[in-house]
Design a protein around this ligand. Structure first.
Ligand code: ADP
Ligand code: MG
Length: 217
């Protein structure tokens, strides 16, 4: 269990690798979700981006602090993904990285703050609000749960598990929503009845973090 300052660069490297593997496996599913209310490229976009992140990380020969790795990953997503998810997730990871700074390790509270910074970056760039049927509907309740758990004294692993459950519920909640941001918004009412692809990939990304944190302990 993580209780103090024990999240380190290796956790971030493992997390990004876990995302790469999981997104590759779920790519067809994400693309299928995007085919229903978008242009059917979300799985391809995310897969391209995180494969590039894996490549860039593998080329790193100097050990870098966690914040630097996240900034590098974010830049890579921005430069390799054409769809909206590239700049959005790229900004999210860069902001998280900036929030962690140059420290070698960080604690649970700093991780929660990094998630807040990531979400703020997504909101500043895409101006989505909860209820607009986007990734924000998965990420926002997850961050709230993470803070709630940590403030109640839960170990990070446990608080993250609750955050992932909140992200899943948040993603499910996008089904009856009418999209107000992104390509799905062009469909108006016809976007109702479908799961938002970006909310689905956000669950994958947070689940990967939870698994890696649980495994690294
Ligand atoms: P594109 O829409 O350019 O094809 P993707 O298919 O990769 O890009 O990503 C679509 C996802 O991006 C959506 O499901 C949604 O969750 C997210 N998204 C799109 N626009 C916004 C926005 N303005 N704010 C937050 N998330 C958004
Ligand atoms: Mg798309």
């Amino acid at each position: 269990m993580i209780t103090g300052s024990t999240v380190r660069a290796q956790t971030i490297i493992s997390w990004l690798k876990e995302i790469e593997t999981e997104i590759a496996e779920q790519s067809a599913y994400l693309t299928q979700l995007d085919a229903a209310i978008g242009d059917g490229d979300h799985g391809t976009n995310m897969n391209r981006g995180f494969t590039a992140v894996g490549r860039v990380l593998a080329e790193q020969d100097e050990p870098a602090p966690p914040g630097r790795l996240l900034i590098l990953a974010g830049k890579t997503l921005i430069s390799t993904v054409g769809g909206a998810s590239g700049p959005l997730w790229g900004t999210a990871l860069r902001r998280a990285g900036r929030s962690l700074g140059d420290a070698e390790t960080f604690d649970a509270q700093q991780l929660a703050e990094a998630l807040d910074a990531a979400i703020s970056g997504v909101v500043e760039l895409g101006s989505a609000e909860p209820g607009d049927k986007t990734m924000i509907d998965a990420l926002t309740p997850a961050a709230a749960k993470l803070h709630q758990g940590l403030d109640a004294g839960e170990p990070l692993e446990q608080a993250l598990a609750a955050a992932v459950r909140a992200a899943k519920a948040g993603a499910e909640s996008t089904v009856p929503m009418e999209a107000r941001k992104g390509r799905a918004s062009y469909l108006g009412e016809r976007s109702i009845g479908h799961l938002d692809p970006g909310a689905a990939s956000s669950v994958i990304i947070l689940s990967a973090l939870q698994r890696v944190v649980a495994r690294d302990q």
